[in-house]
Structures are given as structure tokens and as C-alpha cells.
Design a protein around this ligand. Structure first.
Ligand code: TMP
Length: 233
């Protein structure tokens, strides 16, 4: 039973998807829409979201050093999970415990999709790393913004491309996309697949509809009159 004055745990919402799916845009739109309804929101991203994690992000996304060997996908998996552990303990868990909703652009499913389905690291190995990094934390809702690989890759300006866009070929990204879709089929309660082609405002409305049920009776993290939080359908 919850003690009086103890905030009800916040909701944890993640955005996932292949390159160029519009996660950053849609996460910002969802944050604005929820805030407008009085929901206390903390937005973050992976890799990153902490000082340590942003440093790890720089290492992970930098172009490979010319003439040096490629790192094995397990090395990437270890680093993504190291940054994840820091983010969970420093940002996500405290926010959820304080009753805030957390929106995170990418989370553990990205490691399964990229280093697992894409890079070939066994999914059982990744599951063990994930359990350590997250302590068992699982999103309440994962919005998979799905976009065809060529379309998504083409959306990024050449200057914005990371190592994952320049050093990995189209078939890698196809495996990533298929991996995300396979995870969505395997966990239909947690995942919602949203077609990420088309008008961002339409996509944002669809995203908002998918998270509405999470807020049907939830207090809004200390904001006044939480019962008035209503997500339009
Ligand atoms: P983005 O968040 O700006 O899309 O860039 C992050 C890149 O890192 C993207 O190419 C996906 C990749 N990535 C992984 O390969 N594994 C992971 O676990 C995460 C979080 C991201």
C-alpha cells in the first residue's frame, strides 16, 4: 500500500526505431503535449543523458580512427550498457520514484536491435548485460517509430552522420529494423508500432493516443489537480 504523501511511481516511455525515424522530434512533441496536460516530465536520451553518458556517446558515435581495427560489437554493447547504468541510477530511477514521467529516446531495445540483430552479439549475452545495466527496469510503453531503412538514412545531413550511419552498411540497418519489428511482435503489450513516414504533426497525434491509457488515473508527479490529466483520443 502506498503511504500518504508518497508519489505514485511515474511512467517510463521510450522511443525506438532505425536511423532517421524522428525520435528526437517526436519525443519533444510528446513532452510538450504531456506538460500541457500537467504531467511532470523528464526527457532524456541514450547514449547520454548524464555527463558520463555524453562522454561515452562521443566515443561511441565518433568516426572510426583511420587505419585502426573496427571495435567488436560486444565492445559497443558494453559501453552502451555502461552509459545506461549511469542514466538509470542517476536520472531515470530517481525521476520515476518522484512520480515523474520519463521519456527516453532509445533504451535497451536499441542494443538488442543494433548490437544483437545487427551486429550478431547473441541475444542471451545482451540480456545478461541489460539486466545488470537496467536492474530490471522495463519501459511501460515503447513507441517504435518505424521507417524504411533507405528513407531514414536519407533524412540525415552528411555532417550529422554518426559511425553507425557511415561505417555500417544498408543490410546491417535492415537487420536492425527487422529486429525492432520482431521485438514489437514478441511484446505487443509494451510496444506500439507507429509508421514514421509522413507529417510529424499526424505522427505526434498517433503517439499521444498510444500513451493516453497510461495516464488514465495517474497523478501527475506533484502537479496540481492530476485527475484533470486527459489525453485526447
Ligand atoms: P541517435 O540516438 O542520435 O540516433 O544515435 C545513437 C546511435 O547509436 C544510433 O546509430 C543507434 C546507436 N545505438 C546502438 O547501436 N546501440 C544502443 O544501445 C543505442 C542506445 C544506440
Amino acid at each position: 500500500m502506498t503511504r500518504p504523501g508518497t508519489p505514485v511511481r511515474g511512467r517510463f516511455i521510450t522511443f525506438e526505431g532505425p536511423e532517421g525515424a524522428g525520435k528526437t522530434t517526436q519525443a519533444a512533441r510528446l513532452e510538450a503535449a504531456l506538460r500541457a496536460r500537467g504531467v511532470a516530465v523528464v526527457s532524456t536520451r541514450e547514449p547520454g543523458g548524464t555527463v558520463f553518458g555524453e562522454r561515452v556517446r562521443d566515443i561511441l558515435l565518433a568516426a572510426p580512427a583511420a587505419g585502426r581495427p573496427e571495435v567488436d560489437p560486444i565492445v559497443d554493447a558494453l559501453l552502451f550498457n555502461a552509459a545506461r547504468h549511469q542514466l538509470v541510477s542517476e536520472v531515470i530511477e530517481p525521476a520515476l520514484a518522484a512520480g515523474r514521467t520519463v521519456i527516453c529516446a532509445r533504451f535497451a531495445d536499441s542494443t538488442r536491435a543494433y548490437q544483437g540483430y545487427g551486429g550478431g552479439v547473441p541475444l542471451e549475452t545482451l540480456a545478461r548485460l541489460e539486466a545488470v545495466a537496467t536492474g530490471g527496469l522495463t519501459p511501460d510503453r515503447t513507441i517504435l517509430l518505424d521507417v524504411p531503412v533507405e528513407l531514414g538514412l536519407g533524412r540525415k545531413a552528411p555532417d550529422d552522420r554518426t559511425r553507425f550511419e557511415t561505417a555500417f552498411d544498408v543490410s546491417f540497418h535492415q537487420r536492425v529494423r527487422n529486429g525492432f519489428l520482431a521485438m514489437a511482435v514478441a511484446e505487443p503489450t509494451r510496444f506500439v508500432v507507429v509508421d514514421a513516414r509522413g507529417d510529424p504533426a499526424d505522427i505526434a497525434r498517433r503517439v499521444l493516443r498510444t500513451v493516453g491509457p497510461l495516464f488514465a488515473d495517474a497523478p501527475a508527479g506533484g502537479e496540481p489537480n492530476p485527475a484533470s490529466v486527459r489525453i485526447p483520443r
